[in-house]
Design a protein around this ligand. Structure first.
Ligand code: 26Y
Length: 803
């Protein structure tokens, strides 16, 4: 948008007076933040209305991304950047004696997601608006986001994350768009005079779903889409007879949108979670149908105007819910309704871990959602009947929805969608050949791949301004809208001046991060050291333990030989563990205890440091990633569906140290083997081990002297304060089979780390690798990913840029 600095300053002062009756000298950062937020909203409101109007007038097909999680991060600077007024506002505020950075830090970081899946949804909505795709997010307005993590004595402690405490400037409550969602009760079908079956309900519980809309601003294009998050409230009642029971009922209802479940890949069949899932699915679909009806088209054409995307199985109830509306409310017959539903729905799988697959006990679904359960039974009956004529009985049994007393959500999502995609090439291949092979036999053409992506706006333009400036000076700024243009940087691969500038920028970012760590943790880290980063949820399959065992081996090496030729390193960890995941929490404690030991060992001094940041999330990632030299992507091959921190780190010039898992494979293909360090078991070797059962972790403990010493270190008192945790981890690795092949990959990992150490010593060579990584990161922009969803899955329009 066009905005002069003069106009901005006037607007800002005026808004401050309107909202707070204050002038600048009286105002504090919080008031300045709210004022700026309000101003940004007023700047975007016209285009928000216009975008919606255009979609309606042109009867545009629209896509709705249903996701339990949207891990947005702070929005102030992101909105300013996308509106094209970041520099103007920064300058204007400076004239007024206000520091934009300080204001931006005041914004609470809305942690409405657990990790990769939620952050992907946030990157996607940013890219959808930027790519001019008529698409919106649909989710839950959790009152409490993912818990705040504290370390007490090295142990993770969870505290509530009350992000709405001081209000939320970005959202608008839309009372007129509220809908009712029905739970519990009895349901029966009666034939009407017209001969159609009509459901009748008794003793149901009605919940009012109130939408809060947040604008999703496209980058320099006047498009503003919507993120609609639903809040659960008590429907208005004017005849409250029993006050106490009303309060009880209100608490029960409001608990639906109270808190995000802090588990990823560790599913538990909790009733409240099932309520949450149906709540936002039903509210979202009802509101889509309401909107569709404004176009005055027959329900038979719904799939021509609406696409609904099911982000993992959490919103899989979309399938029976749309069926319910088409059958019960729109009086469609089953075949037509089913045809429409399958054409509307598409589904993304984000995991192959069996413990993350949702399945609900029949008893639970049939009690909470009796009508939905009837519909699921009928979908299952028709599926098994049809498939029995085409496939062996075993295949039908293995693919049906209702089995073993449970409703299998992944099966429902696959059967009820026209598209099923994985999130990286390797992941999609594993789905087709292994995890979902039966479904692949039944529906080969539904399966496709959409490799994940990240938005270069948040993860480069906002997080790493010095690097952006350098890139723009070298190749111009076309890459901002056509990220593959970053490849032009390759022309500078042998340009010493550019490579040294790159080194300087990294150094600056490392100094900044070091200052932050000094301030927040009172820990001194050396910016000349290699900053080695592993930031992701704590999970055994991601193998933070492999990293830790290697650190211990370096520690022992230095204790034996203080002169050992090891380049100084700072190992940086950021990770939350699910509160109920005991093993992951033990690993957190162990890392913290090893950090205590090493960081305070005067003999080690600057050679090794461990920084385990508290409360890792989007805002911390924005600080860590630009300062990273090494990107640890060391999951057991086959287990990480894609990973996305690998892409963010690469884009910021870190060198990837990785197994051939998830999108690491595609990163290797992009940058070439010389510009990435690959180690460890491959996916086929892992499956071979599963097949022949020949892995004996104990033999690695017994035969590798380095590993022997390190593992003994876990149980011989070397690590004060973590005796129990050390024992538990030791046992899991040596006694109980080492499920994720940590010991098997240890030697290869240690060698790969040695290689990194050697490479880093040659600054120009290292920076050349970094440059090639930055230059190759463009394809991993979520702009391209969503453009592929738009054209290949949703069939909605988009502004496609060359890939
Ligand atoms: C059912 C419940 C316990 C549950 C809740 C959250 C299950 C899974 C999740 C979250 C999964 C998740 O974040 N998966 C990650 O998705 C990313 C985006 O596709 C991938 O990059 C990453 O490899 C995958 O682990």
């Amino acid at each position: 948008m066009d905005l002069s600095k003069r106009k901005f300053k006037e607007d800002f002062k005026k808004m401050l007076t309107e909202v707070y009756s204050m002038d600048i000298s009286e105002s504090e950062t919080t008031e300045q933040y709210v004022t700026l937020g309000n101003l940004i909203r007023s700047y975007s409101s016209k285009n928000w209305g216009r975008t919606n109007q255009r979609y309606i007038e042109k009867k545009k097909k629209q896509a709705y991304y249903f996701s339990m999680e949207f891990l947005l991060g702070r929005m102030l600077k992101s909105n300013l950047l996308n509106l094209g007024i970041l520099d103007t506002v920064r300058d204007g505020l400076r004239d007024l004696g206000i520091d934009l950075e300080e204001i931006a830090q005041i914004e609470p970081d809305p942690g409405l997601g657990n990790g990769g899946l939620g952050r992907l949804a946030a990157c996607f909505i940013d890219s959808m608006a930027t790519s001019e795709i008529p698409a919106h997010g649909n989710g839950i307005r959790f009152k409490y986001g993912l818990f705040k993590q504290k370390f007490v004595n090295g142990y993770q402690v969870e505290l509530p994350e009350n992000w709405l405490q001081n209000g939320n400037v970005w959202e608008t409550r839309k009372m007129h768009a509220a809908v009712n969602v029905r739970f519990y009760g009895k349901v029966w079908l009666e034939q009407t005079s017209a001969g159609v079956l009509e459901p009748h309900y008794e003793d149901t519980q009605e919940v009012l779903a109130v939408p809060y809309d947040t604008p999703v601003v496209g980058f320099n294009n006047d498009v503003i889409n919507t993120l609609r998050l639903w809040s659960a409230e008590v429907p208005p009642q004017d005849d409250i007879t029993d006050y106490w029971s009303y309060i009880h009922q209100r608490n029960q209802i409001e608990s639906i949108s109270e808190v995000l479940y802090p588990d990823d890949s560790n599913y538990e069949g909790r009733l409240l979670r099932l309520k949450q899932e149906y709540f936002f699915v039903s509210a979202g679909i009802q509101s889509i149908i309401r909107h569709y009806k404004k176009m005055d088209l027959s329900m038979n054409h719904l799939a021509e105007k609406v696409a609904i995307h099911i982000n993992d199985t959490h919103p899989a109830l979309c399938v029976p819910e749309l069926m319910r509306i088409l059958l019960d409310e729109e009086k469609m017959d089953w075949e037509h309704a089913w045809n429409v539903t399958v054409n509307v729905m598409s589904y993304t799988n984000h995991t192959i871990m069996s413990e993350a697959l949702e399945k609900w006990p029949i008893e639970m679904i049939s009690t909470l959602l009796p009508r939905i359960y009837q519909i699921i039974c009928e979908i299952d009956r028709r599926f098994t009947m049809k498939m029995s004529t085409l496939f062996e009985r075993e295949i039908v049994e293995r693919t049906r929805i209702i089995e073993g007393g449970h409703v299998k959500m992944a099966h429902m999502a696959i059967i009820g969608s026209h598209s099923v995609n994985g999130v990286a090439q390797l992941h999609t291949t594993i789905l087709k050949e292994k995890v979902l092979h039966d479904f692949f036999l039944v529906y080969p053409s539904k399966f496709n791949n959409k490799t994940n992506g990240i938005t270069q706006r948040r993860w480069l333009m906002l997080a790493n301004e010095p690097l952006c400036d350098l890139i723009n000076r070298k190749i111009g700024n076309e890459w901002e809208t056509t990220p593959t243009e970053l490849k032009m940087l390759k022309a500078f691969r042998d340009d010493e001046k550019t490579l040294l500038e790159l080194a300087q920028i990294k150094r600056l970012n490392k100094e900044r991060f070091a200052e932050h760590i000094k301030k927040t943790m009172d820990l001194t880290i050396n910016p000349d050291a290699i900053f080695d980063v592993q930031i992701k949820r704590l999970h055994a399959y991601k193998r933070q333990l492999l990293n830790l065992l290697h650190i211990l081996s370096l520690y022992f090496q230095l204790k034996d030989d203080p002169q050992a030729d090891i380049h100084p390193r700072v190992f940086i960890f950021g990770a939350k563990a699910a509160p109920s995941y005991t093993y992951a929490k033990q690993i957190i404690k162990l890392i913290n205890s090893v950090a205590d030991l090493i960081n305070h060992d005067a003999a080690i001094a600057d050679k090794l440091k461990i920084v385990f940041v508290e409360n890792y999330g989007v805002s911390l990632a924005e600080k860590i990633i630009p300062a990273a030299d090494v990107s640890e992507q060391i999951s057991l091959a086959s287990k990480e569906a894609s990973g996305t921190s690998n892409m963010k780190l690469m884009l910021n010039g870190a060198i990837t140290l990785a197994t051939l898992d998830g999108a690491n494979v595609e990163i290797r293909d992009r940058v070439g083997e010389k510009n990435i360090v690959i180690f460890g078991l491959r996916e086929d070797e892992v499956y071979q081990y599963y097949h022949d059962g020949s892995y004996q972790s104990r033999s690695y403990y017994e035969n590798n002297p380095v590993l022997h010493r390190v593992l003994n270190g876990l149980i011989d008192g070397t690590i004060p304060g973590a005796e129990a945790e050390g024992r538990s981890v030791f046992d899991s690795l040596v006694q109980y089979g080492d499920e994720y092949f940590v010991l098997r990959d240890f030697e290869a990992y240690a060698d790969a780390q040695k290689h990194i150490d050697q490479l880093y010593r040659d600054t120009l060579q290292w920076q050349k690798m970094a440059l090639i990584n930055i230059a190759g990161a463009g394809v991993f922009s979520s702009d391209y990913t969503v453009q592929q969803y738009a054209s290949q899955i949703w069939d909605v329009s988009s502004k496609v840029r060359n890939i």
